[in-house]
Design a protein around this ligand. Structure first.
Ligand SMILES: Cc1cc2nc3c(=O)[nH]c(=O)nc-3n(C[C@H](O)[C@H](O)[C@H](O)COP(=O)(O)OP(=O)(O)OC[C@H]3O[C@@H](n4cnc5c(N)ncnc54)[C@H](O)[C@@H]3O)c2cc1C
Ligand code: FES
Length: 270
C-alpha cells in the first residue's frame, strides 16, 4: 500500500547527489538499513535507503544515475508529491553493540547516517570512516560529527582528508578487535574487502547490498543472489558477513533489469 509523501526540502550535496526531505502522511515504523520503494507515476519506482527519520519526516540521499533518479534531480521541487511504500527488508543489528565502526563509500553513507543516530540514542560508541573519489564528491561528513567519536574522511586523490581508499582505515587507523561490529555500505568491491578483512580478523561485520529491484517484497526474483537464492529485498539488504562469503555473486556479479548477469565494475568510492 502506498502512502503520500510531500517534498519539504531538496538540498544539492554534490554535482550528482541531492537530499530530499519528505513528509509522509502517516507515521512509518522503520529500522536503520531498511528501504522504501519510491514511485513517480509515468517515470518508475526505485528502492531508496532511509537516511534519516524524525516523526513523519524521511530523508533520502539520491545519486543521479538513470531514469528515475535523473527525474528526481531534474524535475522535482519543493511541494511535489511522491508515492511511497515500505519500509522493506532486514536492517542492521542494533542490540548489544557497545562500540562499532562504520565504513561507507559515497552515497553508501545514507543508511549508516540513520544507523549512527539510532545507535547514539542507545549509547553506542561510534567511529566512522567515509570514502569519496575527490573533494567535489565529499558531502555530509558534518552530519556524523555530533554522533560519532571519530570521523575519518578519505579521498582517492587526497584532495580532501586522508589520501587513499576508505578500507585503509581498518589496516592503518584502528584496531579492529576493539569493535563489537563493523557496518559497511557502498560500492560492492569496497564492501567485499571490508567483509573479508573483518572475518579474517574474527570481527562481526554486516553489509548492505544493492541489486536491481522490481517488487521489493520477495516475489519477482530480480534481486536474487546465487547460489543461496537469498533475496536482497526480503532477506537483506543487510546481510551478515559470514553469509555473504557463501554467496558467489557477492563482489562479483550483478543482474541487469533484463535478468542478465554482469560483472561488478571495479569502482570503489562511487
Ligand atoms: C536496498 C537499496 C537501497 C538503495 N538506496 C539508495 C540510496 O539511498 N540512494 C541512492 O541514490 N540509491 C540507492 N539505491 C540505488 C537506487 O535504487 C538505484 O540507483 C536506482 O534504482 C536507479 O534507478 P534509475 O531509474 O535512476 O536508473 P536506471 O535508468 O534504471 O539505471 C541506471 C543505472 O543504475 C543501475 N541501477 C539500476 N537499479 C539499481 C539498483 N537497485 N541499485 C543500484 N544501481 C541500480 C543500472 O544498472 C544502470 O547502470 C538503493 C538500492 C537498493 C537495492
Ligand atoms: S525485488 Fe522482487 S524479489 Fe526482490
Amino acid at each position: 500500500m502506498y502512502i503520500v509523501g510531500r517534498i519539504l526540502e531538496i538540498k544539492r550535496l554534490t554535482c550528482r547527489i541531492k537530499a530530499f526531505t519528505v513528509e509522509v502522511c502517516e507515521r512509518v515504523n522503520t529500522t536503520p538499513g531498511q528501504f522504501m520503494m519510491v514511485w513517480i507515476p509515468q517515470v518508475g519506482e526505485i528502492p531508496l535507503s532511509i537516511a534519516y527519520k524524525e516523526d513523519r519526516l524521511l530523508e533520502f540521499i539520491v545519486a543521479k544515475v538513470g531514469r528515475v533518479t535523473g527525474h528526481m534531480h531534474d524535475n522535482l521541487s519543493k511541494g511535489d508529491r511522491l508515492a511511497i511504500r515500505g519500509p522493506y527488508g532486514r536492517g542492521f543489528t542494533l542490540r548489544n553493540v557497545e562500540k562499532c565502526l562504520m565504513i561507507a563509500g559515497g552515497y553508501g553513507l545514507a543508511p549508516l547516517l540513520y544507523l549512527s543516530h539510532e545507535l547514539k540514542r542507545r549509547g553506542t560508541e561510534i567511529d566512522v570512516a567515509l570514502g569519496f573519489r575527490t573533494r567535489e564528491d565529499v558531502f555530509y561528513t558534518n552530519r556524523f560529527d555530533h554522533v560519532a567519536d571519530h570521523v575519518w574522511v578519505f579521498t582517492e586523490d587526497g584532495s580532501y582528508g586522508i589520501k587513499g581508499m576508505v578500507t585503509e582505515v581498518m589496516k592503518k587507523h584502528v584496531k579492529l578487535k576493539d569493535y563489537d561490529i563493523v557496518y559497511t555500505c557502498g560500492p560492492e568491491l569496497m564492501m567485499f574487502e571490508v567483509v573479508k578483512h573483518c572475518l579474517e580478523q574474527g570481527v562481526k561485520v554486516e553489509a548492505s547490498l544493492e541489486r536491481v529491484m522490481k517488487c521489493g517484497i520477495g516475489i519477482c526474483g530480480s534481486c536474487i543472489l546465487d547460489p543461496l537464492g537469498l533475496r536482497v529485498c526480503k532477506d537483506g539488504p543487510v546481510f551478515d558477513g559470514e553469509v555473504l562469503m557463501k554467496i558467489n555473486d557477492f563482489g562479483r556479479y550483478w543482474r541487469c533489469l533484463d535478468g542478465r548477469k554482469v560483472p561488478i565494475k571495479s569502482r570503489f568510492n562511487s
